[in-house]
Design a binder for this molecule. Sequence first.
Ligand SMILES: [Fe+2]
Length: 199
Amino acid sequence: MSLILGRTVFGKEADKSNVLSREDADALFNSWVLNSRLQLHMKQVAYLMKCWAAEKEGLDEAGQWRWELAGLLHDADWDQWPDLHCSKIIEELENRHVDPEIIHAIASHGPLHFGVEPETTMDKMLFAFDELSGLIHAYSLMRPGGYEGMDVKGVKKRLKEKSFAANVSREDIADACNRAGIEQDELIAFIIPRQATVK
Ligand SMILES: [Fe+2]
């Protein structure tokens, strides 16, 4: 089964700066994503995107919502239509006239799977947060205190253990950090305390 999208242009220029309202985004999220583990993953990535946009990119609330929206919906079709991941959510957002930049970020969150290269900072950060966030969450589940007391060193140890969260691609994580120009340690340190607050 190939998920390669076969195109690199998404949405329409005329739709630039259009977003979904939070109500519409939540309604789509709740009707498409029924698996609570996946819901949590998507909320975690959404929050990390929002924090990065605010703290590192200095974006205003509208700018932060664009990043958050990309994170919130990036896996929206994975639960019910895995064979159509991520073409289904892309088409839905195109039909709803969402900004092409937001759709491109979703389309490029797995370059090897979808055949679309992350280009903008938003693209690159979504790709970088996706896998690393999942590994850090898996680590929290095996620690008695969850996120409490978790440090970068512990996460890096788990990264080196190939059998731990084996479905999380170490190559993707390294590739994503390279593309984003961020040290893995820095990204892990950014994720831990913020992700810990998402329930
Ligand atoms: Fe994801």
